[in-house]
Design a protein around this ligand. Structure first.
Ligand SMILES: N[C@@H](CCC[C@H](N)C(=O)O)C(=O)O
Length: 295
């Protein structure tokens, strides 16, 4: 039985769900197949499933869903929902999309798959052994789209927290702010990024990237993600950091290597503010987890 066959077993009557845990550059996901179930999870179950002391544990819960009729018409094979560890649903997750694509490619035995998400239809394809490419975007600098609470110059944010200043705010299905520093000091991030993440300028909060330009086509990056965790990698963060670096003149190539604490993502900036992100996926474990449904 492969991973997707394990996931799509009938949920036993005792309500213990088969789960698979995967990671994309040590960004960890618990994945459940809900294509045969209509009712949503209770928020407290999402929080419990993501918590590491119950055996699964992850930085997001991902559910495989049936595509909508619009999704099907656009060629989507399945839909994906993404929940943060606080139970909030989010619009995008780059590392998660690679993992989900790998599972669905295992199921379809094809080279390409389209996944419907809250932020649109994402085209994914194999890019080598356990490497997946995903086309994400469009990336937007529009303050209303980010969203921000008032009009600002999103290429030069009027915000400062310690060494973080003159940042860039962007949207790629979820909100990001990227700050360029001379030297990336990871220990600084939990000290200074929360003030940006929780600033009233961002009514939905924001994922805060701290980036250091290395040369004309590469940057180093760490991301303080919503709801307040420093992850080992953030796929959407890497895409917007590469885009912001080009817009601000820190790199001058359309192909940017982004070095995150857990490894490298390749970001190619293509037409219409779209990007192609390429990176690895890996399996951690699988098992059964209790998951009641919301009333
Ligand atoms: N790690 C993800 C982003 C996950 C969502 C984020 N925490 C948010 O709240 O928007 C990625 O790889 O993109």
């Amino acid at each position: 039985m492969n991973h997707i066959e394990f996931l799509s077993q009938t949920v036993p009557a005792d309500g213990h769900w088969p789960f698979v845990k995967m990671h994309g550059l040590e960004n960890y996901f618990v994945i459940l197949d809900r294509r045969e179930v209509a009712k949503p999870f209770a928020v407290e179950d999402i929080i419990r499933i993501c918590s590491t002391n119950v055996g699964a544990g992850g930085e997001q819960l991902l559910t495989i869903e049936r595509p909508s009729s619009e999704g099907r018409a656009a060629g989507a094979y399945a839909a994906m929902r993404i929940f943060n560890i606080d139970g909030n649903e989010v619009g995008a997750c780059g590392n998660a999309t690679r993992c989900m694509a790998y599972l669905l490619l295992e199921e379809t035995r094809t080279e390409e798959v389209v996944i419907e998400t809250a932020s649109g239809m994402l085209k994914c394809h194999r890019a080598g052994s356990r490497q997946i490419s995903v086309t994400l975007g469009p990336i937007s600098l529009d303050w209303q789209k980010v969203p921000m609470s008032r009009e600002v110059d999103t290429l030069h944010l009027p915000l400062k927290s310690g060494p973080l200043s003159d940042g860039v705010a962007l949207h790629i299905g979820n909100p990001h702010a990227v700050f360029f520093v001379d030297r990336l000091v990871h220990d600084d991030i939990p000290l200074f990024a929360p003030a940006i993440q929780n600033d009233p300028l961002f009514p939905e909060g924001v994922n805060v990237g701290v980036a250091e330009a290395i040369d004309a086509d590469s940057i180093r990056l760490a991301v303080w993600e919503r709801p307040g965790i420093l992850t080992k990698a953030c796929g959407t963060g890497a895409c917007v950091a590469a885009y912001a670096a080009l817009k601000r003149g820190f790199v001058n190539s359309m192909k940017v290597k982004v070095y995150l604490p857990a490894g490298e993502l390749k970001i190619e900036l293509i037409e219409n503010d779209m990007v192609v992100m390429t990176g690895p996926v890996a399996f951690c474990c699988h098992g059964y987890i209790e998951g009641r449904l919301a009333a």
